[in-house]
Design a protein around this ligand. Structure first.
Ligand SMILES: Nc1ncnc2c1ncn2[C@@H]1O[C@H](COP(=O)(O)OP(=O)(O)OP(=O)(O)O)[C@@H](O)[C@H]1O
Ligand SMILES: C[C@H](N)[C@@H](CCCCCC(=O)O)NC(=O)O
Ligand SMILES: [Mg+2]
Length: 277
């Protein structure tokens, strides 16, 4: 039986995951959403359009060496389709985590992550230092292409919402030009109300529709402060908080993650909120 046919068709095929800052947990939260979407039966795309801080492939501790397809081959397979050339044989660990969440093999790396640049800098600076010119229009086309290919696609930015991407564009431009609604990942610490409001206002002012907030509570904020922070995030932004995620301390296996994620995110509700105008 094709169980896929029994699934509700998602009215929104893509979402841009933005954050209040770098390291706030965009990749972690996006991977949970990917795990849940896949477990719900959808085909799932992931895009980390441009990553900085990438490391040489061999340095990755997350790889099962037996499963590595040489990246050259993966690039050759996809270059024609996407028309984007990889900067180098580097691995974005963000991309790796997103791929693992949806069971995507190395052959999908260039689809997930067209640009992996070295250096813990903004992608703009990392690209400049690497002598790479990122073709912005192709990147937007690439996102549209992937979004059209799967039931749902998650696109992760880099850093906060307006991190510089090229010499004349930021990730705000990319989110807007992708024409996707956004989910905002925030921490729940003291100061997070302000960070959420500013990010939401900035995004909306630049034509990005933020539909939900996910609080990634790695700092384990004490319950009263966390609760009141969430209330005020919702009150001042009029955007629902769709999940509050504690630190993950379980076994890093797909099944474990599915069960764990379901405790904190009602995925059907998320898909529904994303689909609402
Ligand atoms: N809920 C969580 N439980 C355990 N570890 C987490 C959780 N959220 C994030 N982390 C870890 O915290 C670190 C920062 O998170 P993450 O890489 O997702 O941030 P990011 O917002 O994607 O940053 P960037 O701007 O670099 O893309 C990572 O090592 C990640 O695995
Ligand atoms: C190096 C980081 N991890 C991240 C880029 C963060 C840039 C922040 C720029 C800034 O706002 O100062 N790169 C990435 O997510 O691919
Ligand atoms: Mg990330």
């Amino acid at each position: 039986m094709d169980s896929h046919k029994t699934l509700p068709v998602l009215s929104q095929k893509g979402v841009f995951v933005i954050g209040t800052d770098t390291d706030v947990g965009k990749t972690f939260v996006t991977s949970l959403l990917g795990v849940l979407a896949k477990d719900d039966g959808y085909s799932v795309g992931m895009v980390k359009p441009v990553a900085s801080g990438a490391i040489p492939m061999a340095q990755s501790s997350q790889f099962d060496e037996d499963n590595i397809i040489p990246r050259d081959e993966a690039i050759m397979d996809d270059t024609e389709t996407f028309g984007i050339i990889h900067a180098s044989q580097l691995e974005s660990t963000d991309a790796t985590m997103l791929m693992q969440a949806i069971g995507a093999g190395e052959d999908r790396r260039s689809e997930v992550n067209p640009y992996a640049l070295p250096g813990e800098y903004s992608p703009k600076l990392a690209a400049r230092l690497a002598g790479v010119k990122i073709p912005y229009d192709e990147l937007v086309e690439h996102i549209h292409h992937v979004v059209n290919k799967y039931d749902i696609t998650f696109v992760e930015g880099a850093g906060g919402v307006t991190t510089p991407l090229t010499e004349d564009r930021t990730f705000t431009d990319l989110a807007k030009d992708s024409q996707l609604p956004a989910l905002l990942v925030a921490d729940g610490r003291l100061g997070s109300i302000n960070r959420v409001i500013l990010t939401k206002e900035y995004a909306e002012h630049h034509g990005i529709h933020v539909k939900g907030i996910i609080v990634n509570n790695t700092a384990q904020v004490e319950p009263f402060l966390l609760h009141t922070n969430i209330e005020d995030m919702e009150r001042y932004t009029h955007i629902p908080v769709l999940g509050v995620i504690p630190p993950f301390d379980g076994i890093d296996a797909w099944n474990t993650k599915v069960e764990w994620a379901r405790e904190f995110i009602d995925s059907k509700h998320v898909w529904q909120v994303l689909g609402n105008e």
